[in-house]
Design a protein around this ligand. Structure first.
Ligand SMILES: [Zn+2]
Length: 83
């Protein structure tokens, strides 16, 4: 099973700068995309947003057997948001 963590970009302050404002609430794979601090005095941050679990074929078959459903009904991955 592959696990990928996703993060959400949070632009802080009443008036986020022009660099960070368009990034506000964008979601990126951990380690990819823009990272704060993008500029001097940047107060933005990236917070944990979700965990994505990707199943291989053997795991999908085990899940389908455990629940008595057709393997085609088992999604290739699930996306679980935090909080
Ligand atoms: Zn910023």
């Amino acid at each position: 099973m592959a696990i990928v963590n996703w993060e959400i970009y949070i632009a802080h302050g009443d008036k986020p700068c022009a660099i960070c404002e368009p990034l506000d609430h964008q979601v990126y794979r951990q380690g990819e995309g823009p990272q704060p601090q993008m500029h001097p005095h940047c107060q933005c941050e990236r917070l944990p947003y979700a965990t994505e679990y990707t199943f291989d074929d053997a795991q999908r078959e085990r899940i389908s057997n455990a629940y008595g459903i057709d393997p085609s009904f088992v999604p290739p991955s699930v996306f679980i948001t935090k909080g």
